[in-house]
Design a protein around this ligand. Sequence first.
Ligand code: CP
Length: 299
Amino acid sequence: MQSLVSITDFSKQDILQALERAAEFEANPNQPLLSGKVVATLFFEPSTRTRLSFETAINRLGGRIIGFSDASSTSISKGETLKDTIMMVANYADLIVMRHPLEGAARYAAEISRVPIINAGDGANQHPTQTLLDLYSIQKTQGTLHGLNIAMVGDLKYGRTVHSLLQAMSLFNTHFNFIAPQELAMPKEYKQLLKSRNIAYEEHSELAEHIGEADIIYMTRVQRERFLDPIEYERVKNVYVLHNKMLQDTKPNVKILHPLPRVNEISADVDDNPKAYYFAQAGNGVFARMAAICKLLSY
Ligand code: CP
């Protein structure tokens, strides 16, 4: 039984197969492969895209959904543990999709569950299905995953989406530009991984000067919910704001991605620029998640 807790749970071949499968689902989205199956979506943290795109994916595959989007309405509010919750839900569902604020919660769930777990985000750690949809979006817009220049911008310390994406894109000879204030720099372990794979990266603190070579500009939100000190958050929250005029001298093929939600980091005047791809990117989540679900349930 396989779970998807970290993107590293999928080999490069698994990833490429999932992207092919996502393209098949995009071409033909209604395939009742999950008929008779029940999928649980357990969201201990707020979500719009991840939960709704998983639920759309399950519906398009003909499966049924149980779950919650607010843990305060469950017996967790009476003191039930994560362990007991997972043990119970594994009795009811064939697959569990879980988002949790604690790093490592999804790995723990996968260790005790008798059905596969998909990590829909665990704290600042990993968000592997976001990575699948990001990879799908990159491949779709650039025609390849190989040899691209990716600028990752914003909260690279707590941003689980950039951590997962870095791990996956390091399999494809990517050149990374990390653009972050010192307080939100990419953690050492991810830079070590790149060094061990001979993947080039640069670190910068200025946005406008370092997006000119990018094929992908991956913007991220500074996440208020990850800061212990609100004053620290206030100091860095608006550190980078991408405006339409800053895209004038960028490459014609560049696409702006963002896992969303955005707060202020992409100005609304970018939305109509053909280089903006973040809403289409979120749409790709349905197909990528259909592919991930089918892989874990062996369909
Ligand atoms: N990208 C993402 O995880 O969005 P939600 O928090 O809305 O699910």
